[in-house]
Structure formats: structure tokens, C-alpha cells
Design a binder for this molecule. Structure first.
Ligand code: FMN
Length: 229
């Protein structure tokens, strides 16, 4: 079985030093098994192309990542929607690297999803320290208490409070226009929460119905972000 012969490294709290002008690229089949990687992917994660090809993409999953982020990523991909997510990855050395990932779905002539290409760019430190890390730490903590139903409920409430989809939230923090911080959000995991399960899952998708940002704006934002190398 692909992926079973790789021992997961023990994470160490050190960032991988890499050329942050580059784009890290991988391609998978529709199950997330790696079919291709570029040299930058190999350089940054520390595995050889041979070690990577045929393995599930969770080979570089970092234990600090909440499950809900991968769930919403896969929900969008399998619905045939391109997606963007901020991800902390684990290199072979145990060091980490943060990236914004652009997921692009490839289809066959029957319009079925057959492949996914992921392009990753570095993100500014403040995006991680001021916004994403506190948010993901909260989601992870909630998953330890009540698994994804709990992190899902908190996350929906967090986004709903700002009137943003996940993608819009990511754009706003990358543009430096988000005032919201996870510590602003009151949440009681046991009961009496200020969020309900009634918020639609669309809040996680690129097609959030109440989006203020139009699709053209969003496409040009990410096209610019991924335009070099
Ligand atoms: C094209 C593509 C690229 C992916 N890139 C990453 C990645 O860089 N890091 C990561 O942890 N998961 C990535 N994933 C998601 C993994 O498939 C997987 O869902 C995730 O690592 C969680 O693994 P787990 O469900 O075994 O915990 C990617 C998936 C696809 C389809």
C-alpha cells in the first residue's frame, strides 16, 4: 500500500528555510495520491520524488492542522470547485512550513474530477501569528473535546460573524484588511453557544451566496498571488 512504509517524523518547532519566491507544486489523483511534484516541493519537504509519488498527500500532514480545514477542502474539490486554503506542512526533518494553497480541479471529458493540482506560495509571518495560528489552535482544541462537529460549529460562527466565506477571510487577512481575531469570539463548547448548526456549509465554499467579493475579483486576487515562478 502506498504511504505505509514512511515513518512520520516527530515535529520540531522550527521553520524550514526555503526560497519563498518559489511555488511548491504537486498533482494528485482524485483520491489525493501524489502523481507528480516539482523540484521546489522536493526541496522544501525533504522527501525525494520517488518517496512521494504514489503516496497519499497526508505524508506531509502536520498534527497542528485541524481536521475541519481538510474536510472543507475535500468537500469543495469533490464538488468540482477550485479552492484555496492556508496549510501548515510537516517536512521530513520534522520542521514546518506554512503556505497558501491553490487547488485546481482537473476533469475528464465526462466532466468528472480526475486530478487535482495544488500550487503553494509562502505567506507573510503576521498572517500566521496574528490570525491563522490562533484560529487553527482553537479549532484543534475543540476537535480534541468534541471532534469536527464542535470545530465546525465554532468555525461557521466565526465566519458568519464577519459575513465572510473561508476564502474571503483568507483574502482579507492576506490583504491586511481583516479586523477580526479568533480571540474576539466568545464560544462555550458545552452549551449556550452563540452559534447554531443552522448556518449553511456554503460558508466554507467558494460559492458562499452572500459573498460581497465577486468571482472575478477573487480570481484576479489569487492569479496575482500565484503569478510568479
Ligand atoms: C492536490 C492536493 C494537495 C494536497 N496538499 C496537502 C498538503 O500540502 N498538506 C496536507 O497536509 N494535506 C494536503 N492535502 C490533503 C490530504 O489529501 C489530506 O486530506 C490531509 O493531509 C489530511 O489527512 P488525513 O485525513 O489523513 O488526516 C492535499 C490534497 C490534494 C488533493
Amino acid at each position: 500500500m502506498p504511504g505505509q512504509n514512511i515513518n512520520k517524523p516527530t515535529p520540531i518547532n522550527q521553520e524550514v528555510v526555503w526560497d519563498k519566491t518559489k511555488t511548491i507544486i504537486s498533482k494528485t489523483d482524485k483520491f489525493g495520491n501524489i502523481t507528480d511534484v516539482n523540484q521546489t516541493f522536493v526541496d522544501v519537504c525533504g522527501y525525494t520524488a520517488n518517496e512521494l509519488i504514489g503516496k497519499p498527500h497526508n505524508i506531509i500532514r502536520h498534527p497542528d492542522m485541524p481536521k475541519i480545514i481538510f474536510k472543507i477542502t475535500w468537500d469543495n474539490i469533490l464538488a468540482g470547485r477550485n479552492f484555496h486554503a492556508i496549510i501548515k506542512n510537516l517536512s521530513k526533518s520534522g520542521k514546518y512550513y506554512w503556505v497558501i494553497t491553490d487547488f485546481e480541479v482537473g476533469r475528464n471529458i465526462m466532466n468528472e474530477v480526475v486530478s487535482i493540482t495544488a500550487r503553494r506560495r509562502a505567506i507573510p509571518d503576521y498572517v500566521v501569528t496574528d490570525h491563522i495560528e490562533p484560529l487553527y489552535q482553537t479549532l484543534l482544541k475543540l476537535e480534541k473535546i468534541g471532534d469536527m462537529p464542535l470545530s465546525n460549529r465554532y468555525f461557521k460562527g466565526f465566519l458568519e460573524k464577519q459575513g465572510k466565506s473561508y476564502i474571503e477571510y483568507v483574502m482579507s487577512i492576506l490583504e491586511g484588511t481583516s479586523a477580526a481575531n479568533p480571540s474576539d469570539m466568545q464560544f462555550d463548547p458545552i452549551g449556550g453557544t452563540n452559534t447554531t448548526d443552522e448556518i449553511s456549509d456554503d460558508i466554507f465554499s467558494e460559492e458562499h451566496p452572500s459573498e460581497n467579493t465577486n468571482i472575478t475579483q477573487r480570481k484576479s486576487f489569487f492569479a496575482k498571488l500565484f503569478s510568479t515562478n
